[in-house]
Design a protein around this ligand. Structure first.
Ligand code: PRP
Ligand code: URA
Length: 206
């Protein structure tokens, strides 16, 4: 199984708050933004860099800057919950959107929207809080590659082993970054222990 589970005390504490059924919507939303910031540092490790010259108050020295652009693509709707945090860390990123809805009975994903950034060669971070069966992530990456994106990684809060294996098998080139790798899926396709329905908890819906 190929996945990077980011191991940091702050992330662990924030994940516990997100898992808690008693965490209210405002706290959930704020915390997911904080976790997104921390995860983005890790997911951005693969960004192409280039050397540049910089003048400090004392002298000239060599520094680094991002080479080219970075794309961030949230999978609607729950991926939107990540965006404030991601863009705090990567304010220059271009943002695309892909809408995927998982049928609650068949668990099959259906695409309902897609608008991509201009630069198809850019380093692209696809974000969605939950990687459960992996159906939505695989379908989203299938579509993004079909439309020309090449250099893709996937960032989530919680992954289930089933989803990791499915995404690894379909797209071995796509690195996965997560704050937690959970135990299993239940009979309804929810991650256990998980945190429930991420979209509903972010937006306060049923
Ligand atoms: C959730 C989640 C993922 C998907 C994960 O979205 O945000 O996109 O389920 O499940 P999977 O790995 O089994 O495909 P959902 O379809 O509930 O839509 P939402 O974001 O609008 O809540
Ligand atoms: N989607 C969610 O929001 N939560 C899960 O546990 C599984 C899929």
């Amino acid at each position: 199984m190929q996945i990077t589970v980011v191991d940091h005390p702050l992330l662990k504490a924030k994940m516990t708050r997100l898992r808690d059924i008693n965490t209210d919507c405002a706290t959930f939303r704020r915390t997911i933004g904080e976790v997104a910031m921390l995860l983005t540092f890790e997911a951005a490790a693969g960004i192409p860099m280039e050397e540049c010259q910089v003048t400090t108050p004392l002298c000239e020295t060599t520094g680094s800057r991002i080479h080219g652009t970075v794309n961030v693509i949230p999978i609607l709707r729950a991926g939107l919950g990540f965006m404030e945090g991601v863009l705090t860390v990567l304010p220059e990123a271009n943002v695309g959107h892909i809408g995927m809805s998982r049928n609650e009975t068949t668990l099959e994903p259906m695409e309902y929207y897609c608008k991509l950034p201009k630069d198809l060669d850019a380093y692209t971070i696809v974000v969605d809080p939950m990687l459960a069966t992996g159906g939505s992530a695989v379908a989203a990456v299938d579509q993004l590659k079909k439309r020309g994106l090449k250099n893709i990684c996937f960032m989530c809060l919680v992954a289930a082993p089933e989803g990791v294996l499915k995404l690894n098998a379909a797209h071995p080139d796509v690195k996965i970054y997560a704050a937690a790798l959970d135990d299993h899926l239940n009979e309804k396709g929810y991650i256990v222990p998980g945190l429930g329905d991420a979209g509903d908890r972010i937006f306060g819906t049923l």
